[in-house]
Structure formats: structure tokens, C-alpha cells
Design a protein around this ligand. Sequence first.
Ligand SMILES: [Zn+2]
Length: 239
Amino acid sequence: MTRCPTCAHENDEFATVCTNCRAFLQNRVPNLNLFETSWGILESPRRTFRTIALAEHKNYALFLFCGFGVAVSFTVFWYLRLGVFFHTLMDVLPFAFAAGLALGLLSAVLLTFLYHGVVRMLGSPRKVKQSYAMLAYALVPIVLSVIVVLPIELMTFGMFLFTSNPNPAVIKPASFYILISLDALAALWTIILAVKGTRIIHGFTAPRAVLAVGIVLAILLGTFFVGSDWILVLMEKAL
Ligand SMILES: [Zn+2]
């Protein structure tokens, strides 16, 4: 809570003017700059999550979700070896990117509502818009891995990234394990940021924030493993 210096009214932590007397409480943040905010999230997450909460427009959030969707799509292609359904890498790429964008838009809605439902259940007073923006910017490390690591993986392994004959881990083991570790590190970083963001934006204690993110993660992983079986069945029927 922020106490108004003029009338002593207790305002929301992220309010910029007093709801009682309209007095000035803290600087307005009308918009978010993509590069500045993304860099800030990696460098000083605490300060940057506060800025995100204060921002009137949650710019680039949908773009970040789309980057995440592309990451999930390519992970599914790799995990399920979906390359066997296609002739060349040039056939896989447009399909995987399109599926990624669709998945990104879907996750902007579903992931936000899932997460927001969990934090509300655990006592957050915030609006859904704050959950949406927090998640989007927590995804920055994963989006970064799509921009930096994915092209290297595609150039190094080509089609073998999505088939198992031969396995990419056998062709160039060192490159494979380094690149996969970078992806895993990005995912771990996003999870840590989600916990930090949950603490700052929803005002949770550390154990409660870990619980909230843990519940969401468990549901996501469950969906991934159940969904994987469905995707294989669908692909076999369609192609
Ligand atoms: Zn006031």
C-alpha cells in the first residue's frame, strides 16, 4: 500500500495518483520500450517488474507470447521427432513457425487465465492485466533463446534436429549438449523470473510465489505430455 502524502489515504502500491484527492504519488509510466524493458528484466528484475506493473500500456506483451509459442512449437517438433512427416527443413520451418504463432496467441489467453486464477486463489488483489504483463516479460529469456539459440541449432543440425536417424546427439554431441543446455538455462531463468515477478507484482511471500508458479508449471507440463500423444495421433491421421 502507498499512503497519500496529502490526505493519508491508503492507495494501491502501483497507483500513480491518490484515489481520494488526486494528489501525485509516483511517476507515470505510459508505455514500455521493448529493448529497455527486456534488458531491464535480465539485469534488474525487481525494479523492472515494478515499472511493468506501473505501465499504463503493457506494450509488446503479445509479441513476447508469440516468441514463447514458437519456442514451444519447435520443442514439440524436436521432442516428438515430427520431422518424419516432412520432406525437407524448408517444409518444416513455415509449419512450425505458423503453429508457434497460433500457440503464442492461445497461450497469451490460456496461460494468463490459468496463472491469474492460481494467484487469485492464493489471495492476489491484482487485475488480470498485471498477470498478463508479468508473464510476458518473464518469458524474455525463452524468447531470447528463440532469437539466438534456435537459428544456431537449425544451422548446425538442419533436419536432423527433428528426426532421430541419426540422432542430433550422435552427429555433434558437444554442440548438441551445449545448445540444449542453453535452452534449458533459458527455461530455468524464465521460471526464476516468474517467481520474482509474482512476489513483486502480486505482493506474495517467496514460498507463496514458488507455490503459485509450481502449480502453473505442473499443469503446463501435464498438458504438454498429454498433448504430445494427441499431436502424434493427429499428425499420423492428417499426413
Ligand atoms: Zn490523497
